[in-house]
Design a protein around this ligand. Structure first.
Ligand SMILES: Cc1cc2nc3c(=O)[nH]c(=O)nc-3n(C[C@H](O)[C@H](O)[C@H](O)COP(=O)(O)OP(=O)(O)OC[C@H]3O[C@@H](n4cnc5c(N)ncnc54)[C@H](O)[C@@H]3O)c2cc1C
Length: 415
């Protein structure tokens, strides 16, 4: 049976490139990843085979600019394709996002920001080095920024430091929840650049640098035995006086902090995984009630209660798709306040609704649907993780929305 796209190209006015990429991703994910997802989840092992298939399908360079030999997907084009991936294996989609972010930040996003000619030339030379590795050698990049402090939420400078030394940087620190730990070739690390020991940690000195996984002093530690997103293998990473050559910088110093504040939609790249999960919960419920799930062939669609439940799921899914599509369509540098608020609202909606849809799916399908042999219980567990992703957790989105709705820039309640 043909699987319908989440976003029909005609109805949603997709470009030829968007439609083609969605089809390519849906094909590989539905034909290969869907069947493997349960095993990776059960054993909490990294989906290595899926990454081989992503490389074979030419997708590792999805966000590498065309001028550099990649597919050149912009933020929206990537997000649409990634949602098709999340539909069939959430953990692969979430980890793939960490890899892709290294190209999106250095590619489409920075291309849209002003830079003086010398910095632009330096940046292009830096990113080309990483892009060649990805395109020629199939290198995979992780994106560890969380440290268990306020840095990942954007409230303080990273505790992980890169100290300037001859020919490069000495990196020290500890990252938690590092998806792809032990499986990526390079850790695209956010840290604070220091000119000399003892310098103050300043957010404007945030540095984005690739730490080779096999460099001396890099250690993966701790276990990863979680409720959901088990195949992301997001263990802790320790950098113990790791020498990293200057050529590993992903961006010139100082550029990341400006880019992060001017391109807030970038933080939405964690959502397509959960957009895909939301669709998968709905698809499963429809197939289940129609008696089309192997092993549970009994039809239950004739009961009015089931019809109402599916109708409510349909409404919620359409609402989720609509606000998400609008938010990713208006992604740009320096968005105005309404657009920024819509991005937060969209992030909150996708992350929370994916889990609400999973809950409703279980209640509606019933007891036989929670067997581990079926995907629904995994979708339920994975969907719960979306709201926890910093810096735009569901809670923080509400915080930011509430403040933005009630205060204009610079307003206080001081007498
Ligand atoms: C499956 C999975 C994969 C992940 N992969 C990666 C990865 O590859 N790279 C990476 O860097 N991180 C990754 N993360 C980490 C994620 O982004 C968070 O950093 C992580 O969940 C931190 O959790 P915490 O309990 O330390 O958060 P805390 O900082 O303790 O925050 C807990 C909650 O409190 C709220 N909160 C936090 N700060 C504030 C504040 N200042 N004001 C008000 N409320 C606040 C937020 O809602 C937050 O959810 C992953 C997480 C998950 C679940």
């Amino acid at each position: 049976m043909t699987i319908q796209p989440i976003f029909d190209p005609d109805a949603w006015n997709l470009t030829t490139k968007q439609a083609e990429l969605n089809t390519r991703v849906r094909q590989v994910a539905s034909e290969k990843f869907a069947a493997r997802a349960a095993g990776y989840d059960r054993d909490a092992t990294f989906p290595t085979e899926n990454y081989r298939d992503l490389a074979d399908a030419g997708l590792l360079g999805i966000c590498i600019p065309e001028s550099e030999g990649g597919i050149g997907a912009d933020l929206k084009t990537y997000m649409l394709a990634a949602s098709e991936l999340g539909r069939f294996c959430g953990a692969t989609a979430l980890t793939f996002n960490m890899h892709v972010s290294s190209c999106l930040w250095t590619g489409d996003l920075l291309d849209g920001l002003e830079m003086d000619d010398a910095t632009r030339r330096r940046h292009h030379a830096m990113r080309r080095f990483h892009y060649r590795r990805i395109l020629d050698d199939g290198a995979v990049y992780a994106q560890p920024f969380s440290e268990g402090n306020a840095a990942a939420a954007g409230f303080k400078a990273f505790g992980t430091t890169a100290l300037r030394v001859d020919g490069g940087w000495r990196v020290n620190g500890r990252k938690i929840f590092a998806s792809l730990a032990g499986h990526a070739d390079y850790y695209g690390t956010l840290c604070t650049a220091l000119r000399k020991p003892g310098d103050r940690h300043l957010r404007r000195n945030t540095m984005y640098i690739a730490v080779p996984a096999d460099a001396d002093g890099v250690r993966v530690e701790g276990t990863w035995d979680t409720m959901g997103m088990r195949a992301t293998v997001s263990r802790n990473l320790v950098f113990d006086d790791v020498f990293v050559p200057e050529s590993e910088q992903l961006m010139p110093e100082g550029v990341y902090a400006a880019a992060a504040s001017r391109w807030p939609h970038m933080f939405m790249t964690l959502t397509p995984t959960y957009m895909g999960i939301a669709q998968a919960c709905y698809d499963f419920t429809v197939a289940y009630l129609r008696g089309e799930i192997p092993g549970v062939p009994v039809k239950r669609r004739m009961y009015p209660t089931k019809q109402i439940a599916v109708a409510e799921m349909h409404v919620k899914l359409e609402q989720t798709k609509a606000i998400w599509f609008q938010a990713i369509s208006e992604a740009r540098p320096d968005p105005d306040k309404p657009r920024l608020m819509r991005a937060w609202a969209a992030q909150h909606t996708v992350m929370e609704n994916a889990n609400t849809l999973a809950q409703t799916a279980i209640r509606t399908c019933g007891g036989q649907s929670i067997m581990c042999a079926l995907p629904l219980e995994r979708l339920y567990r994975d969907s719960r993780c979306g709201s926890l992703m910093l810096p735009w957790t569901a809670e923080l989105c509400l915080d930011m929305l509430g403040k933005a709705a009630l205060y204009e820039s610079g307003e206080t309640d001081d007498p």
